[in-house]
Design a protein. Structure first.
Length: 838
């Protein structure tokens, strides 16, 4: 049993499966398909069920081919066979989509319908129907086949190629020898097309020769070529050999000046490929941005989108190409190569390379005068006296739209560039050192020149660097002359060593005679007693000048000489009269009568308050009243008239606060009051400059402090918190306001409750700028404030302590040394009656 069992097991073994085969080649007609497998077997599918298109599927095959209606096969024994069929709804070579059988609408005769019928080689109907191909003769030793709709061809082992072709009348020209190429590697049918009279086709083959060249052999019944043959229908045919020529390609239209703008996402160009032997060419485009050529896979050609990088072009046809370069060419690339390659059916190619510039239009940077709009040119003068430098700036990028340009400003002194980190833009403070300037928009820029350009520097440059969103930088430098317009400048903040320092760099330092320090409009000032105080200057500044300006802050308590020049007898003086008028007198040695005086009239100056006094002379000469004199007080013109210039060949000295002629025995005519911030110029300031200088110092007016009931007088208070108000007019836009109150040590600012703003012609409204309180007595608003009336409501905190301590000390030199002792506290006591402290 065990033996039997073993035998049974052996008998039940499953035979091995056949190895899987793969499709080597597939060809398709209109309604039939032929597959050739790697083992040489064939599979035919289609509507024709009679002999399967005359193809013997039991024989091993080497190759297959087909047209739209017919098929042929090369068997392993070197023979060829083929046939054809017709199907309902076929499209006959694209001529008539409705034809049901061959001949309809072509041969005007009612031929019977042949749907589904086999057209056999022995069928007499073959004469009028194109469904059959005769086998070649000899039908052996064939190594390659080819077929199209109107022709088929075979190649023999010796390189002979024969063709069979038909016309639209289904007349067939038997197998004719076209050429012989010994050792030919392969071949194919090309250029089988109908002649205009629909008689005979043109026919040709491409043959790959052993040396790798691709040759073209053409058959044409209309040529005048020599040689050939006459077929059985009486048609003369000529045969010629055409050596396949490589195609050419050209750029027929390129970006202007070979420049592609970085700001644009696309660029356009045109190409045209030409080939004498091929109409259909494959064209590809490549870019090299520095790392080798890469194919452009996506573009449009004559409006058609190409997404696989291959454009089928027709020889001689121009194509307009649009390439989106956004992801192909970074903006950091400044040049690139564009290459076009075209390939014909034989594999030969032509190419063309062009170098293109990837450019960005440069920034146009314009410096201009904001008041006039005129361009500021190199070499223009900037006055040393003006610590604030203002100019207009406009940056334009012609190829960009509404974009922002990152802009930085630099000052160059002796070749050393320093970035300006703080400046104003349209009167708004910028502390970031960078301006996002909108394209083609003008800005008014100002900054503190004194921080970057010392008074002794005579030339400097402003440089603007503007970077656009594409990363391109544009720069422009403006060379300016630092004009020495300041003849002398005395801040009068110190009486150290009894010297009034001239900060202009001209060295006109004065000697202080008796004047003492007092609180000035800025820091300290010199206080004159109206008896014998004055400051003696070693040099006269206005002598023999046709144009000049005197500027000072004066706080008069009585009349007297404010400024004078002489030899030492006085030759020029500015005097305040008892009626608060001003008299300006000049002495000229070549003027009849010598003296020329101008008087403003009474009450141009106010006593016991600070007055901003500016006097200018324009075009003064020796002739009396030859020049124009203007007198400004607190930024406003109070009187204008005429005055001649000063000149005395011996004038060498000057004085502040008295008549310099006191040294020659003349009366001192001493000034009583305070003088601060004196500047002498060698040019007349304009009204706008005078106003600006005034507003540098005095930009708050009509300041008043009230209680919660708007009472400006007194208020009875106790310990605790109390609402008070500060109101003022702000007469220029500022970016920061610091307001310090003089408060007893027992009173401090607790907090700010509200801030209200009222502009001209509008209602009062609350604003919310950030506010800081420093040491309980200083309000700091670090936020741009516009010209308007403001009201600040604050809570004052009052406690019972008063602080007493020393502040400073000095000797007969009147030099104060600050010294604060430890605090001594006084406490208020809440008694019904005062204590007896006797």
């Amino acid at each position: 049993m065990m033996f039997v069992f073993s035998c049974l097991c052996v008998g039940m073994l499953v035979p091995p499966k056949a190895e899987a085969k793969t499709v080597k080649k597939t060809v398709k007609g209109l309604d039939h398909t032929i597959k050739l497998y790697d083992d040489g077997t064939l599979e035919v599918t289609g509507k024709n069920g009679f002999g399967e298109c005359d193809i013997d599927t039991t024989k091993k095959a080497l190759d297959i081919s087909c047209g739209r209606l017919c098929s042929m096969v090369l068997y392993a024994d070197g023979t060829v066979d083929g046939g054809g069929h017709f199907s309902e709804g076929c499209v006959l070579w694209g001529i008539d989509a409705g034809c049901k059988y061959i001949g309809e609408n072509i041969i005007h005769a009612p031929y019977p319908q042949y749907d589904g019928e086999k057209i056999h080689k022995n069928d007499p109907r073959q004469v009028v129907h194109a469904g059959y191909y005769q086998n070649p003769s000899p039908n052996e030793n064939i190594v390659a086949i080819a077929m199209q709709d109107l022709a088929c061809a075979v190649m023999y082992a010796d390189g002979t190629i024969k063709v069979l072709y038909r016309n639209f009348f289904s007349q067939e020209c038997g197998w004719k020898t076209l050429c012989k190429v010994p050792g030919a590697i392969s071949f194919r049918l090309v250029s089988c097309n109908i002649q205009p009279q629909y008689t005979w086709p043109q026919c040709g083959v491409q043959v790959l020769a052993p040396d790798g060249t691709m040759n073209f052999y053409s058959l044409n019944d209309r040529s005048a070529w020599l040689g050939g043959f006459v077929d059985e229908y009486g048609t003369a045919w000529a045969v010629r050999q055409m050596i396949n020529q490589a195609p050419t390609i050209d750029f027929t239209n390129l970006p202007a000046n070979f420049r592609v703008n970085k700001a644009e996402s696309t660029f356009n160009f045109s190409i045209k490929a030409n080939d004498s032997t091929d109409q259909s060419l494959t064209t590809e485009l490549y870019l090299d941005i520095g790392a080798g050529y890469k194919k452009i896979n996506s573009f449009t050609a004559n409006g058609t989108s190409i997404n696989n990088g291959q454009l089928t072009t027709t020889s001689g046809t121009e194509y307009t190409i649009i390439v989106n370069k956004t992801n192909l060419i970074p903006n950091s690339v400044n040049s690139f190569k564009l290459k076009a390659i075209t390939i014909d059916s034989g594999g030969l190619q032509g190419e063309r390379v062009v170098n293109l510039t990837h450019y960005n239009a440069p920034s146009t940077i314009n410096f201009y005068n904001p008041a006039t709009g005129l361009t500021i040119l190199n070499g223009e003068k900037v006055r040393k006296s003006n610590n604030t430098l203002e100019f207009g700036l406009k940056i334009t990028k012609a190829d960009l739209g509404n974009v922002n340009l990152e802009t930085e400003l630099y000052i160059d002194v002796y070749g050393y560039y320093q970035r300006i980190d703080e400046f104003t833009v349209n009167e708004v403070l910028n502390t970031e050192g960078k301006l996002l300037a909108q394209n083609n928009v003008g800005y008014t820029i100002s900054f503190n020149k004194a921080l970057y350009v010392p008074q002794y520097i005579n030339n400097f440059k402003i440089k603007v660097v503007a970077k656009d969103p594409l990363g391109e930088e544009g720069t422009k430098e403006l060379s300016l002359v630092h004009s020495s317009d300041i003849l002398a400048q005395w801040a009068l903040d110190s009486v150290k060593e009894r010297i009034a320092i001239d900060s202009s760099g001209q060295g006109n330092n004065g000697v202080i005679n008796g004047a003492t320090l007092a609180t000035g409009i800025i820091s300290n000032a010199l206080q004159y007693d109206g008896v014998d105080d004055y400051v003696n200057m070693p040099r006269a500044s206005f002598n023999n000048l046709a144009n000049w300006t005197f500027e000072a802050w004066v706080k008069p308590e009585g009349p007297g000489c404010i400024y004078s020049e002489g030899n030492p007898a006085v030759t020029m003086q500015i005097v305040m009269g008892a009626d608060n008028s001003l008299t300006i007198g000049t002495w000229h040695q070549n003027r009849p009568g010598n003296w020329n005086n101008f008087n403003t009239g009474p009450n141009v100056l106010k006593r016991n308050v600070w007055n901003h006094l500016v006097i200018t002379l324009s075009d003064g000469t020796a002739t009396a009243n030859s020049g124009v004199i203007n007198c400004y007080v607190d930024g406003k013109l109070v009187k204008s008239g005429n005055l001649g210039s000063e000149y005395n060949s011996g004038s060498k000295v000057a004085a502040l606060g008295g008549n310099v002629g006191v040294a020659s025995g003349q009366g001192l005519n001493p000034f009583k009051g305070s003088i601060d911030e004196v500047t002498l110029y060698n040019c007349p300031l304009t009204a706008a400059e005078v106003q600006k200088n005034y507003q540098k110092i005095c930009f708050l007016e009509k300041v008043k402090i009230t209680n919660q009931y708007n009472d400006e007088a007194t208020a009875r208070i106790t310990y605790g918190t109390h609402l008070s108000k500060i109101e003022f007019d702000l007469n220029k836009p500022i970016n920061k306001l610091s307001l310090e109150l003089e408060l007893p040590s027992s009173i401090k600012i607790a907090r700010i409750e509200h801030i209200y703003q009222k502009k001209d012609g509008s209602n009062e409204q609350e604003v919310f700028p950030p506010v800081t309180i420093i040491d309980g007595k200083k309000i700091v608003i670090e936020h741009p404030l516009a010209v308007a009336h403001y009201k600040i409501e604050m809570l004052l905190s009052i406690d019972e302590k008063l602080i007493v301590k020393t502040k400073s000390y000095s000797d007969e030199m009147e030099i104060n040394t600050n010294h604060e002792s430890e605090e001594f506290l006084l406490y208020y006591m809440d008694f019904k009656e005062l204590p007896d402290v006797t």
